[in-house]
Design a protein around this ligand. Structure first.
Ligand SMILES: Cc1cc2nc3c(=O)[nH]c(=O)nc-3n(C[C@H](O)[C@H](O)[C@H](O)COP(=O)(O)OP(=O)(O)OC[C@H]3O[C@@H](n4cnc5c(N)ncnc54)[C@H](O)[C@@H]3O)c2cc1C
Length: 418
């Protein structure tokens, strides 16, 4: 079996995988990216979707190959592309990869194990890779959430998660129930209606969020503080932490994008707030009768669960149970990362299964490389092809890590979970 060697293996070729790899490459770190390029964005998001993140969100930690730079080439202004269409984001991301000459290896890792400080990844094309460090940038796809209190009430085969329901053609002329009350529930409703669905119901057990322009400006000072003082969050009191969580929740989860309002306020979209499903029945024609606790009964052809994602590292089937997962410390399913991802010094797998991934991965690389003399990369003693990272003299100024890009990473992290 062919086995290649790399200093840094990035698993996943979504926005954060490629952003991490680009920055590592810029720093001279030999990096290999394995994953299907942007496949979550291509196959698990619906065509016609708009991004919640704005044009100031971009992939380049160096602030060079930004969305704005891309706009300039295309003769556009940020104001003209707000909200950003999905296809434009995909085009920007491929342009960005071209700028850094990044070509992810389009395969899937089927097994990742660690032995004597070295990681061995087995790929589904039969090859193997050995790496000193691994960054997991796996996004959400491993973490679809199916709340049991809901699914226990639904007939088998009656529902699909939004992650797997992105082609709305077959819903033309049909009636649909969407369970969930955040951005994806409402954006799916708008897109499904525009594709010709007959009737759409959106049910959620909380009040319907407001359609409004969110204000994330208060996040920037916190991100700055994180970069200057890595321990501030840990030192914050429980009350301070709780307040920040609530502020993120309020902006990210208790609002819907203002541009979505007119598309949702339509005669055939019915919103059932503060309701739960109490009973369901499959009718003889194969449709479903759903009873809500506000005494409404609706009849639909299909149910869509806009119930978000819930991180749980145990779901990631390719991580070796004995050499990786057993020792990985987690908190609520997340890797319990210390400053900059590595969750303990003997176990430098990095994981942050959401939008923060890019931020923390780049921050981590920056910190590692900034610590002159520490051998974090060539620990096997084997000579790497590129100069050892601690020999790199010209590190990017800290200011480069303080761009609005990171703010968006942090902010979007809090908004897709139910
Ligand atoms: C409906 C929806 C709308 C969203 N809108 C926004 C938005 O407007 N702005 C925003 O910032 N975020 C948005 N997000 C969040 C966004 O999807 C994630 O933040 C982002 O994709 C995370 O990037 P990533 O690179 O970590 O993962 P992903 O983009 O999910 O990429 C994961 C990568 O991992 C690879 N992979 C998985 N398993 C393996 C394996 N075994 N071997 C190799 N590779 C593997 C995949 O092939 C893929 O390349 C949205 C999410 C959803 C669901």
């Amino acid at each position: 079996m062919k086995t290649k060697r790399t200093a840094l293996l990035v698993i996943g070729a979504g926005p954060y995988g490629i952003a991490t790899a680009a920055y590592a490459k810029y720093l001279g770190v030999p990096v290999t990216v394995v994953g299907k390029t942007l496949d979550f964005w291509k196959t698990n998001m619906p065509r016609g979707m708009f991004l919640r993140s704005g044009p100031d969100w971009h992939l380049d930690a160096r602030d060079v190959a930004t969305f704005q730079a891309y706009f300039k080439i295309h003769g556009l202004t940020p104001a003209q592309v707000k909200p950003v269409p999905l296809d434009m984001f995909l085009d920007y991301a491929s342009w960005f990869m071209g700028q850094y000459d990044l070509t992810p290896h389009p395969a899937l890792i089927t097994h990742l194990a660690r032995s004597n400080g070295i990681y061995t990844a087995t790929l589904d094309d039969g090859s193997q890779l050995r790496a000193d460090k691994v960054v997991l940038s796996l996004g959400f796809a491993w973490f679809k959430q199916y709340p049991s209190e809901l699914t226990n009430n639904l007939p088998a085969g009656s529902y699909t998660h939004t992650c797997d329901m992105v082609d709305f053609e077959f819903l033309r002329g049909k009636r649909v129930l969407i369970v969930g009350g955040r951005q994806s529930a409402f954006e799916w409703a708008a897109l499904i209606r525009e594709k010709g669905a007959d009737e759409i119901h959106i049910a959620h057990r909380h009040p319907t969020p407001q359609f409004t322009e969110p204000d994330w400006s208060w996040v920037q000072p916190m991100v700055r503080e994180t970069l200057e003082d890595h321990g501030w969050w840990r030192r914050s009191t429980d009350e301070e932490k709780e307040k920040i969580r609530k502020d993120f929740w309020a902006v990210g989860r208790l609002t819907l994008e203002a541009w979505l309002g007119p598309r949702v306020h339509q005669a055939n979209i019915h919103i059932h707030e503060n309701t739960e499903i109490v009973a369901t029945r499959t009718l003889s024609d194969g449709t479903y009768e759903i009873s809500l606790d506000d005494k409404t009964t609706i009849h639909v052809h299909h149910i869509i669960l806009a119930t978000g994602y819930l991180p749980n590292l145990q779901n990631v089937a390719f991580l070796d149970r004995t050499t990786i997962l057993r020792d990985l410390q987690t908190l609520n399913g997340f890797s319990r990362a210390r400053y900059g991802l590595s969750n303990n010094s003997a176990q430098p797998v990095c994981h942050w299964p959401c939008c923060c991934a890019g931020f923390w991965a780049l921050f981590w690389i920056h910190r590692r490389l900034s610590r002159g003399g520490e051998n974090h990369w060539g620990s096997s003693g084997q000579k790497l092809l590129a100069p050892e990272p601690w020999q790199i003299r010209e590190l990017p100024p800290a200011a480069e890590l303080r761009r609005p890009w990171f703010l968006k990473l942090l902010s979007v992290c809090f908004r897709r979970f139910p």
